[in-house]
Design a protein. Structure first.
Length: 281
């Protein structure tokens, strides 16, 4: 649980950093490529090529390609159509995708996980529901694509690694290599070389997002996912919403309804309690 909480705080900055410094200024595919390449470099020294079974490496690459590579493609482009608060709003469906996918793979229905996820969604909507305009439908669909990829990666990684008695840092590089293959291919096909970073701030943001938010963040998040049940994992996905808004208010002085933030955050926290109660029955 402490891993998920720590990464929630860490990732709370990512939404605003992308929306303020990168979206519409730096080519989205280039941002994805740099971020994943830097994260890959963090874990390459830990890879044990001769020890890890090829089948396990291939599965980790596939999970990384989905959870990170394809997800970032949807995620970064959504900022071209939505504001940061709107992106936050449309991430509320991730807990439902997590629980439904897990139920599908288990071939059974976990009512506790679903109820906890629904409460978390209600809490997030209570925080961020407001009118949207412009090309919000395209943006919403892009965010849902990102949500589905992120949810799929979390569930598959949890199921793959929870019974493996190996040091995760020794294999996690394969996760990023899979994502990097998607990023390289996508940038080669769709990248715009005329929209590369032009300021030191943009490069600094990319380096932070690559090394810290992606490299350390995804490792800690997926490690934390193994140590909690699916209900807690689903709920924690929506804790990013109040955390992200708090960062906007504290640093970028964005207006926010503090009362709605408190009420929505309390609803999300109650989802953790509901999940715990169901898990005991």
């Amino acid at each position: 649980m402490q891993y998920l909480i720590s990464v929630t705080v860490l990732w709370a900055f990512s939404f605003s950093l992308i929306g303020v410094y990168l979206a519409g200024q730096v080519d989205a595919w280039f941002s994805v490529l740099v971020r994943i390449a830097l994260a890959t470099c963090v874990f390459l020294p830990f890879l044990e090529f001769s020890v890890i079974p090829k089948k396990l490496a291939a599965k980790l690459m596939l999970i990384g390609a989905i959870q990170l590579g394809v997800m970032y493609g949807f995620y970064y482009h959504s900022f071209l159509f939505l504001s940061v608060p709107e992106v936050l709003l449309f991430t509320v469906m991730t807990p439902l995708y997590i629980t439904l996918l897990n139920d599908l793979l288990d071939r059974r229905f976990h009512i506790g996980f679903l109820v906890a996820a629904l409460i978390a969604v209600i809490g997030a909507i209570a925080i961020r529901y407001e009118g949207v305009d412009g090309q919000f439908v395209i943006g919403m669909l892009l965010v849902q694509g990102a949500n589905m990829c992120f949810a799929t990666g979390q569930v598959l990684y949890k199921r793959l690694m929870q019974d493996k008695h190996i040091a995760q840092q020794s294999v996690f590089g394969w996760f990023f290599i899979g994502a990097l293959l998607v990023a390289v291919t996508s940038f080669a096909a769709f990248g715009d070389l005329s929209r590369l970073p032009t300021t030191s701030v943009q490069w600094s943001v990319l380096i932070y997002l690559g090394v810290v938010a992606s490299g350390l963040g995804y490792f800690a998040w997926n490690k934390g996912a193994i140590e909690v049940d699916v209900g807690v994992l689903a709920v924690m996905n929506n804790m990013l919403i109040p955390a992200g808004i708090l960062v906007n208010v504290a640093i970028w002085n964005r207006d926010a309804d503090i009362m709605r933030l408190v009420i929505g955050g309390a609803i999300i926290m109650s989802a953790l309690w509901v999940n715990k109660r169901f898990s005991k029955t």
